[in-house]
Ligand binder design. Structure first.
Ligand code: FES
Length: 117
């Protein structure tokens, strides 16, 4: 797992720090922790906290293709959409659009614009 602090002017992480098939995490300016997934060359991001309980997907989750399984009760989500795909999870995860530029993973400008007051 890779954990990095970041702000809107910094990348979430270097793509090379996130081996294909693994989960990283990053802290946003507002203290939110997001999980970052590298799946077959694509990168996705969601809230780090499982919607079922107090578990970190970045720390305790496992990734199988585009499905992240929570380590606490084995519920699962599709990281592309945030949809819960396995009980006991039923509430979707918040997703964040990300982009890869210059070998680094960034929250997309679209995501930042949506968060601006
Ligand atoms: S806390 Fe994640 S499945 Fe229960």
């Amino acid at each position: 797992m890779t954990t990095l602090s970041t702000d809107s002017a910094k990348p979430l992480c270097a793509l090379s720090d996130l081996t294909d098939g693994t989960i990283g995490s990053a802290l946003l300016d507002d203290g939110r922790r997001i999980a970052i997934y590298h799946v077959d060359g694509d990168v996705y991001a969601t809230d780090d906290r499982c919607t079922h309980g107090n578990a970190s997907l970045g720390d305790e989750g496992s990734l199988d293709g585009c499905i992240v399984e929570c380590g606490l009760h084995l519920g699962a989500f599709d990281v592309r959409t945030g949809h819960a795909v396995s009980a006991p999870c039923s509430k979707p995860l918040q997703t964040y659009p990300v982009e890869i530029r210059d070998g680094k993973v960034w929250l997309s400008a679209h995501a930042l614009a949506e968060e601006a007051p």
